[in-house]
Design a protein around this ligand. Structure first.
Ligand code: HEM
Length: 549
């Protein structure tokens, strides 16, 4: 006896217009998150006559990520943004040969071994951001998304295209705005009457595309004017490398498609990091444990590429952030067409039935917080993303970078960036909630981020490295607001003459016998408070002495 499939639930909607009022056109993903919370593992809506099915459970997501049955669906906003990137990596239809050509040229450049070569550039950019915060003084309330967006553009452009933008002053905000304009309009176009779009929204849309493509061309021109034969980065590959399979190189227009695609793809990372700061504020014990891990792994040394693989707790923080922020909010799937076969496709062993050509969207806000997988799914718990606990999770809840052959080609870059920035923020910066606190609400287009989230900076670590010396005294200049923390054990024979209240601390060798000895005062990790506040005691290790006769 066959049982009939369960109808896929969804909001009732109104005649002709369908569910147009169930989706906020200015915040589609928030509406979808809300519907996922209401309807659970699967639901459907009708937008101007088009039915879309949404999948919001780990098990169903895993099922429709089976590449033998399903593939990426290029429709809706993804199809719209082809105006900007044509058949580039993100927007290519499954059948388009240029996807394979570009993928085989780009993917090796974004492989972990080559990404590791960019570690110094990533830390340089992150240090610049933190330095820009240090000068804020009493004016120390920041909008993390703005600053992290700039950091992301700076780091993407430097590592992948070899150009330093120096954009922390906002000088490249026009590029970020053009990205925002393109993606917001791509999201709105599918559900807006075409005439309205044509009359009212086309000129901004075209201008945004032109801004980004002109910017991409300027990076190519910069490389031509400043040849760097030894630098084999992504831009070098896009311009020069043939596809290993067909021998084809990219046309000039295809190179621009891919350059423009990268910052749009990577703009998900600052959204995740903004949420991460929010989660850390909510969970001070996580910060304490992460600092302990950093202190035990790095000691007094600056963060290095080698350290990254020894930071399981920070790894857990980043994964838990990707889960709970669902910064890339979802991706599109459709059944692989079978010639001459229009029979319905069955899901969950026949529990549900969809048409053979049904477009589906995986809503990660539902999948990543599936109560069938996670106990207290809304809690931020890095531990569940570590070691065996992480390995044991179903594959469906690890789809923050997408799926299969259309999985994020920048995922190793993103990972390195997220871990480096997280480690440096946790180790060097103290955040404090602004007065009145903040209630999480997200918005966004191709990615989601906390709306209007601001935060106060209360202190920043300043690292002083005092070189070896043969003199009998070492003088360290401390900026105002910095002190040597209590509990720091100074080497014997070294005295701190003055510290906290003054700007200079002098460490002197205790007696004449030491005068000719080299004293390694090591490095001091000190927190610099903003606005003349009392400096908190440093959690980092401080002076160590090594004497050489
Ligand atoms: C936290 C950071 C990131 C997340 C969560 C993320 C997530 C994703 C997801 C879910 C997809 C699949 C989209 C789909 O199926 O339609 C994707 C694709 C893509 N991402 Fe990312 N991404 C991130 C960072 C980056 C970075 C740093 C880059 C570039 C350096 C990048 C470039 C791309 C590209 C080019 C694609 C299309 C790949 C293809 O279809 O061949 N992404 N990303």
């Amino acid at each position: 006896m066959s049982t009939s499939p369960t109808p896929i639930p969804g909001p009732p909607g109104v005649p002709l217009l369908g569910n147009i009022f169930d989706i906020d056109q200015n915040n589609t993903w928030w509406s979808l998150k809300t519907l996922a919370e209401k309807y659970g593992e699967i639901f459907q809506i009708n937008a101007l006559g088009h039915k879309i099915v949404f999948v919001a459970s780990a098990a169903l997501a895993e099922e429709i990520c089976d590449e033998k049955r399903f593939r990426k669906y290029v429709g809706g906003p993804v199809k719209e943004i082809r105006y900007l990137t044509h058949d580039g990596l993100f927007t290519a239809y499954d059948h388009e040969a240029n996807w394979g050509i570009a993928h085989r040229i780009v993917a090796p450049q974004l492989a972990p071994n080559l990404i590791a070569n960019h570690f110094d550039e990533l830390t340089l950019c992150t240090d610049e951001l933190i330095a820009s915060w240090k000068v804020l003084g009493t004016n120390n309330t920041i909008t993390p998304l703005t600053d992290l967006n700039r950091l992301n553009l700076e780091a993407t452009t430097l590592t992948l295209f070899g150009k330093k933008l120096n954009c922390f002053d906002g000088s490249s905000d026009n590029i970020l705005q053009a990205m925002e304009d393109s993606t917001s309009e791509a999201m709105r176009r599918p559900s807006r009457p075409k005439l309205l779009t044509l009359l009212l929204h086309n000129s901004k849309w075209k201008k945004a595309a032109k801004t980004q493509r002109t910017w991409a061309q300027s990076l190519i021109d910069h490389r031509a004017a400043n040849p760097t034969p030894a630098r084999h980065d992504l831009l070098h590959a896009l311009l020069n490398s043939p596809d290993p399979e067909t021998g084809t190189t990219l046309t000039p227009s295809m190179v621009i498609d891919e350059i423009v695609t990268m910052p749009i793809g990577s703009s998900t990372a600052p959204c995740a990091l903004t949420s991460l700061i929010y989660f850390l504020l909510q969970n001070p014990s996580v910060v304490t444990r992460a600092r302990e891990e950093l202190a035990s792994v790095c000691g007094d040394a600056p963060l290095s590429q080698e350290h990254l693989k020894s930071l399981p707790y920070i790894t857990g923080i980043v994964r838990e952030t990707l889960r709970l922020s669902h910064a890339a909010p979802g991706f599109n799937i459709e059944p692989i067409p079978k010639e001459g076969d229009t029979s319905p496709v069955l899901l969950a062993g026949g529990k549900y039935q969809i048409p053979h050509n049904q477009a589906m969207i995986i809503v990660l806000a539902g999948v990543n917080r599936d109560p069938a997988v996670f106990e207290e799914p809304l809690a931020f718990r890095p531990e569940r993303m570590m070691g065996e606990a992480f390995e044991g999770l179903p594959r469906g809840v690890k789809k923050w970078f997408g799926n299969g052959k259309r999985e994020c080609v920048g995922k190793h870059w993103a990972w390195e960036f997220l871990v480096v920035v997280t480690a440096k923020l946790v180790g060097e910066v103290d955040f404090e909630a602004v007065e009145g606190g903040y209630v999480m609400k997200q918005d966004g287009w191709f990615n989601v981020r906390p709306v209007g989230f601001k935060v106060k900076l209360t202190s920043i670590v300043t690292l002083f490295t005092v070189a070896f010396g043969t003199a009998s005294a070492i003088t360290i200049s401390l900026p105002s607001g910095v002190s040597i923390p209590s509990g720091v054990s100074l080497p014997s024979g070294v005295t701190v003459v003055s510290a906290a209240a003054t700007t200079t601390a002098t460490a002197a060798a205790g007696n004449a016998a030491n005068a000719k000895r080299q004293i390694n005062f090591g490095s001091l990790s000190l927190r610099q408070a903003f606005g003349g506040q009392q400096t908190r005691s440093s959690s980092a290790a401080a002076a160590t002495a090594a004497r050489k006769a």
